[in-house]
Design a protein around this ligand. Structure first.
Ligand code: HEC
Ligand code: HEC
Length: 453
């Protein structure tokens, strides 16, 4: 009797495993939300399975995302409230075509890279300039200043024969003094505008699925210890799992959109009802609003639906032999330990389209210590300067097509996917070394795989 039992268990085991594998192979980036688009608008498509009613909300949200906001008072009251201090006039000013920003355009600093300000020991940012540098302002008002970026070359060995020249950024803050000087200890955290595809699906992954990937004390001793980020939700006053932003500082898309309106464009909402002024600024800048939020909840929610319904693009030629080999090398180098290939969304997503989808985002949504070279030098309670959230890789191969340029990592220092890999340190060091030890042909297969995503 016994051997027979073991045999059935074995058979069962093999058959479940093989169905899982076949299922996994056919999983498209966003499950049934996936769009098959490869052109410049590949990141701007609504979910393939979107309902008529959500499509309408998507279209309205899209208009608030793309249009330039204007200063108040103005006759276009549906879109006024810009500034007085701000960074860009529209969401799409930084998230160009729903894709990513660029740190520079030619030799000019671009708005797609913004700067958080941190004053050690304070949550309020710089005492005079606040949490984020505003590089623009309404007519007659001084912006807070600007940042000058210079790069120094860094040589890294790519393998026994070849090396690569990376560039390390240095930042100099040129602040206006009208609001008082920035504190000499104030630190800058550069942040590139990330691409926005598939975020509704990432919001719909259940908390327990993400926590199951975390290994904060590295109990399995693989050198990788993903940690969950926690942040205060000002609407619920609860500490919640953070998912969005380079440091996973925002728990959901509504909060992320509200903070973007507030700090990036100067638009108040029910979540952030007062302009983001420091005491020194409040004395000089008379907030001209009537007290009502500059974007009401109905419009804010349309923008949130827009974000939730931006579809991830399908992988190109996933079954080509070279792409399969590149994907195997991606796993062999250890990339998949953080860039988790497959996740499942939960049954309680805010939109039906997003529920119970098997997806391929290539992220665990966890924080990892990426080493000193990538640190922004800002250690806060609960998060160090070296920690960053694993960015999703779906769509990454379409960056150049969508944006006309390609800059990677939180500060856009990497000018190619290979440079991005070669900056991995800390928990990512072993994967980078594995990549660097591959023969050139294998490195190219891995890059081709990334470019197919
Ligand atoms: C000044 C440039 C800029 C503007 C304008 C801007 N963003 Fe962003 N956005 C960023 C940056 C930089 C980040 C990363 C922030 C961080 O790391 O905390 C970001 C992050 C996001 C994210 C999270 C993406 C992710 O993968 O976690 C969403 C969603 C988002 N922005 C939506 C918006 C919306 C909606 C608007 C308009 C209301 C907007 N943004 C305006 C620069 C910008
Ligand atoms: C320890 C976790 C970890 C491992 C292992 C890892 N990564 Fe990453 N990866 C990250 C994090 C975190 C970032 C963001 C770092 C930053 O922006 O400073 C990142 C960034 C990237 C980026 C740039 C993404 C963007 O949107 O700018 C690419 C491309 C990338 N990784 C590919 C790889 C490849 C290929 C491998 C294997 C050779 C790998 N990663 C291994 C965590 C990891």
């Amino acid at each position: 009797m016994r051997p027979y039992k073991i045999f059935t268990v074995c058979l069962l085991g093999i058959s479940t495993l093989s169905t899982l594998i076949t299922q996994a192979e056919t999983v498209q980036s966003g499950g049934s939300t996936t769009v098959f688009q490869e052109g410049p608008n590949a990141f701007a498509m609504p979910l393939a399975n979107i309902s008529r009613i959500n499509r309408r909300a998507h279209v309205v949200g899209n208009s608030f995302f793309n249009k330039n906001w204007v200063f108040s008072p103005s006759s276009t009251t549906a879109r006024d409230g810009l500034g007085p201090l701000f960074h860009a006039r529209s969401c799409s000013g930084c998230h160009v075509r729903d894709g990513r920003g660029a740190p520079e355009k030619g030799d000019k600093v671009s708005v797609g890279l913004l700067f958080r300000l941190h004053f050690p020991g304070s949550k309020q940012g710089d005492p005079n300039l606040g949490v984020q540098l505003a590089v623009n302002a309404a007519p007659g008002i001084e912006p807070e200043g600007r940042v000058e970026i210079t790069y120094e070359p860094v040589r890294e060995k790519l393998n026994d024969q070849a090396s690569i020249t990376l560039r390390r950024p240095n930042y100099t803050l040129h602040a206006k003094t009208i609001y008082g000087r920035p504190h000499p200890q104030t630190l800058l955290s550069p942040r590139l505008a990330p691409p926005l595809v598939g975020l509704g699906l990432l919001e719909a992954v259940e908390k327990d699925t993400i926590l199951a990937l975390a290994d904060p004390d590295d109990e399995n001793r693989d050198g990788i210890s993903g940690r969950a980020s926690y942040a205060l939700n000002p609407e619920t006053q609860q500490t919640e799992l953070g998912r969005f932003g380079w440091k996973a500082g925002q728990p959901n898309l509504r909060l992320q959109a509200a903070v973007a309106f507030w700090r990036d464009i100067g638009i108040t909402s029910s979540i952030h009802p007062k302009e983001d002024f420091t005491p020194a600024q409040a004395k000089i800048l008379n907030p001209s609003t009537s007290g009502a939020p500059e974007i009401d909840d109905a419009k804010l929610n349309r923008v949130v639906t827009y974000l939730r319904t931006l579809a991830p693009p399908a992988q190109r030629t996933p079954s080509a032999e070279k792409i399969i080999m590149g994907g195997e090398l991606f796993a062999r180098a250890g990339c998949a330990k953080c860039h988790t290939p497959i996740l499942k969304t939960g049954p309680y997503a805010p939109l039906d389209e997003l529920k119970n989808q098997l997806i391929r985002p290539y992220t665990d949504l966890l924080l990892h210590d990426m080493g000193e070279a990538l640190s922004d030098g800002i250690d806060k309670p609960g998060i160090s300067g070296r920690e960053w959230r694993t960015p999703p890789l779906w769509g990454i191969g379409l960056t150049e097509t969508v944006n006309g340029n390609a800059f990677y990592l939180h500060d856009g220092r990497a000018r190619s996917l290979e440079e991005a890999i070669m900056w991995h340190g800390g928990e990512g060091l072993a994967a980078k070394q594995a990549y660097a030890n591959f023969p050139r042909e294998s490195q190219q297969l891995l890059l081709q795989f990334l470019n197919s995503l």
